[in-house]
Design a protein. Structure first.
Length: 292
């Protein structure tokens, strides 16, 4: 098990962005554990990733925001031109796994193979070196801390997979960038923005929590975090801004997470982008120092 985490090195300097904007670049059907959307059916389902990603790239360009795109290797194989577009727009590129599988459902070697496949696909599409990772569905948690050592062994310097939220992670996980020790060396962990509301911790920086919140509430929460000297990390998916998303029957919890308040989210997101101070995740959390 990893040792108690320590704070990361100093974050943004005066000229650097205070917060990170990230995109999990995946298809609308990349939902883990749902039989109608199993891996074997992906090639038979209508793709929506190209127009929605192009919309995001345009919105980021208009807001003058450089972001981090965590890209699924399966998508990179089929849409290398999207990877090129992300790269050419100056955005940072990381891995979101290859087959969009929860890490805690794999063993170490299966995870390594999936990770290596994603890196091969990204590099073949022109991504260059890949040293940033985010697990599908925040699935590096207390059940899979071993994955951090695998990431270090494979040359990754930053992980953004651990959410301080009961439904996917642990409330005891730090809410700020910090260094995690592993048997293979240190790695910087950068969690997403959460907020205390209604007596609970909610995912304000991504998913239904971000979609349900007004841009003003999100920007106010980011400002409060920044006053404590910490960055806020926001995350979106291309399918969340789809004006006409495909609809499939999902279990109640997943249906809520996937479709709740998706209408109008594109306009709300534009307001957040124009009102915040965002950059790529690698800028707000430098690499862990040797021997940290």
């Amino acid at each position: 098990m990893a040792a108690e985490p320590s704070p990361a090195p100093p974050l943004a300097g005066p000229a650097d962005p205070q917060n990170a904007f990230t995109v999990d670049l995946e298809e609308w059907f990349h939902v883990c554990g749902v039989e109608p959307l199993r891996f074997e059916r992906w090639t038979t389902l209508p793709s929506r990733v190209e127009p929605t990603t192009r919309w995001l790239l345009d919105a980021l360009d208009r807001a003058n925001v450089c972001a981090t795109f965590f890209i699924v290797g399966w998508v990179a194989e089929r849409f290398p031109e999207l990877v090129e577009a992300v790269r050419d727009a100056g955005h940072e590129i990381g891995s979101h796994g290859h087959a969009h599988r929860r890490v805690y459902e794999l063993d170490a070697e299966a995870f390594r193979r999936d990770l290596q496949a994603s890196v091969r696909a990204l590099k073949a599409a022109g991504a260059g070196d890949v040293s940033l990772f985010r697990a599908p569905e925040w699935s590096v948690n207390d059940r899979s801390l071993w994955a951090l050592a695998v990431l270090v062994e494979e040359g990754f310097r930053l992980d953004a997979s651990m959410a301080p939220l009961t439904m996917v992670g642990s409330l005891s996980s730090p809410r700020y960038p910090h260094v995690r020790q592993t048997a293979a060396g240190p790695i910087v962990e950068v969690p997403p923005l959460v907020a205390d509301r209604f007596g609970r911790v909610m995912p304000l920086g991504w998913g239904w929590g971000l979609r349900m919140s007004s841009p003003r509430r999100v920007l106010d929460a980011i400002e409060r975090v920044n006053r404590r000297g910490q960055p806020a990390v926001l995350t979106v998916h291309p399918w969340e801004i789809d004006p006409d998303p495909p609809r499939v029957r999902l279990p109640a919890r997943l249906h809520f997470a996937h479709y709740f308040r998706i209408g109008g989210f594109a306009d709300r997101l534009r307001t957040i982008l124009s009102g915040g101070h965002f950059g790529p995740i690698g800028r707000i959390a430098p690499a862990a120092p040797a021997g940290a």
